[in-house]
Design a protein around this ligand. Structure first.
Ligand SMILES: Nc1ncnc2c1ncn2[C@@H]1O[C@H](COP(=O)(O)OP(=O)(O)O)[C@@H](O)[C@H]1O
Ligand SMILES: [Mg+2]
Length: 356
């Protein structure tokens, strides 16, 4: 049987470019090569799309961009093309498959425009659709949808760049309503980029200015003295939730370095919570996944207040781990290896497009 051609998109102009490179290598290694042919498409920090035929070890280091075999790649919105067009030595080639398929390495909140092009081209892709990706990418929209669905989130407010001339009054009003300390974040970013804690009015204004360098909308949240819990959710119509994992950050909060550079935070599976709490969290994760219209695979993070009852029997010896391994670790505990998971995600993406 002819192999199914799957494209892995990685990189991109966002602040999470480097994170995407690491995930991409990880994902590519897990794609069953007897069944799929992998096509690597990298997007540079400047937004150039390149077809990369080289060795995948060049991806995480960023060396791939300099590889002389790279050529321009175009994702055509025309369903007739149904794939990637490359320009190699002045010649154009269409790289399409029997059932061409594209899977972006970091779906949840990175793309949103890319999903739109793939919809137009009728190319099946792994993960959330256009609306869901956009809503999950924007922390203000995520809060709004969850609030509307009765899923409790931290109390929050937002400021927009257009409010810049009344920023001081806005900050005072928000601080009065939510109280210090506060957490300040760009609405559209991830990996803790631009996230800061503010303990007083001055640091609040500074933190808002920092966040404005990443986005025109900034989210301010009440501080939660919580535990970081994570659940992976997998599926389309009848999604399933993984066990609950718990992260013990090494830094004051779970910042970028802690997530990707040092890898000194610890992951406990299962989390050090009671079975009842775990059931409630898994059930809430499924509700959030459905409310946000997620598909394929997503991670739902929780931040319940500390001081809850612990079950001492559950304490384990956790390993130091990097953030991008969490979801696969959570799914492995359900008995799904990363290879199996990636294969199923691709299969489901193809089934899902076939019925729409
Ligand atoms: N409201 C909050 N109270 C306390 N800590 C927070 C709050 N919001 C975020 N944090 C800390 O900052 C980290 C990054 O924030 P998060 O909202 O998860 O942004 P990102 O999308 O960048 O991961 C969290 O993992 C947590 O450690
Ligand atoms: Mg987070």
């Amino acid at each position: 049987m002819a192999k199914i051609r799957v494209a892995v998109l990685f990189g991109g102009v966002s602040s999470e470019h480097d994170v995407s490179l690491i995930s991409a290598e990880n994902v590519i290694r897990s794609i069953p090569k007897d069944k799929y042919e992998v096509l690597c498409i990298g997007i540079t920090k400047k937004g150039r799309w390149l077809y990369f035929p080289g060795d995948i070890t060049e991806i995480p280091t960023g060396a791939w961009e300099q590889n002389p075999d790279c050529s321009a790649a175009i994702l055509s919105p025309d369903p007739l093309h149904g794939g990637i067009i490359t320009i190699e030595n002045g010649e154009t080639y269409i790289k399409k498959g029997r059932r061409c398929l594209s899977g972006a390495a970091r779906q949840k909140r990175r793309g949103r425009q890319t999903q739109g092009i793939m919809e137009m081209a009728r190319i099946p892709y792994v993960g959330c659709g256009v609306l869901s990706s956009a809503v999950c990418m924007d922390k203000g929209m995520t809060h709004t949808v969850l609030d509307y669905n009765g899923i409790q989130t931290a109390k929050w407010a937002s400021v927009h760049q257009r409010d810049l001339n009344k920023l001081d009054e806005k900050c005072v009003a928000i601080a009065e309503t939510l109280g210090f300390p506060l957490f300040v974040k760009p609405a559209n970013a991830g990996s803790s980029v631009g996230v800061n804690k503010a303990n007083d009015l001055e640091s609040l204004k500074d933190a808002v200015q920092i966040a404005f360098t990443h986005d025109e909308k900034v989210i301010i949240e009440e501080f939660i003295d919580g535990r970081e819990l994570e659940v992976a959710v997998f599926g389309y119509d009848a999604p399933i939730a993984s066990y609950v994992g718990e992260i013990e950050p090494a830094a004051e909060f779970y910042d970028y370095d802690d997530k990707y550079v040092n890898g000194t935070s610890k992951l406990y599976i299962p989390a050090r919570i009671t079975d009842q709490e775990s059931d409630r969290i898994r059930e809430t994760a499924l509700r959030a996944y459905q409310a946000l219209g997620c598909k394929g695979l997503s991670r739902v993070d929780f931040f319940p207040g500390k001081g809850r009852q612990r079950d001492p029997q559950r304490d384990q010896h956790p390993a130091g781990i990097h953030q991008h391994q969490y979801v696969s670790k959570l799914m492995e505990h359900l008995g799904m290896s990363q290879e199996y998971l990636v294969d199923k995600l691709i299969e489901q993406a193809m089934e899902n497009v076939a019925r729409t």
